[in-house]
Design a protein around this ligand. Sequence first.
Ligand code: GDP
Length: 140
Amino acid sequence: MATQRTFSIIKPDATRRNLTGAINAKIEAAGLRIVGQKRIHMSKAQAEAFYAVHAERPFYNDLVSFMISGPVVVQVLEGENAVAAYRQVMGATNPADADAGTIRKEFAESIEANSVHGSNSDENAVIEIGHFFTEEEIVG
Ligand code: GDP
């Protein structure tokens, strides 16, 4: 499988608990390279646009409020089969269902405050990276 990119967010529950380094250690240990990175405080409009696909879900407003409740770290990850590799390191959406050793099993607080985001397809990775990065900001 060729080198791919995926998009990652370290969410506010994790930045609040000073877990940025611990999470990135797991990402790097899985063979993924962090080729773009910035710490930002998302605006409401940014969070709404990013999660527009979930606009009809009952938890949408709570999710947007959570994502703007503190700083996040947005990242571009690169590696073999990066989308699937990172989803595996993240673990299941609900930490109660996540495998041992995954980021969400070790660090997530709840199904909402689950510490990280990762793209679920190549197509969405391209779209999500484009929300936050220009090509010049990605340095392999
Ligand atoms: P992901 O791809 O594993 O992040 O999961 P989804 O795309 O299904 O959901 C996006 C995000 O919405 C999750 O990472 C959670 O932060 C949040 N979320 C998902 N399901 C629920 C839920 O049932 N309740 C709440 N409050 N938040 C949820």
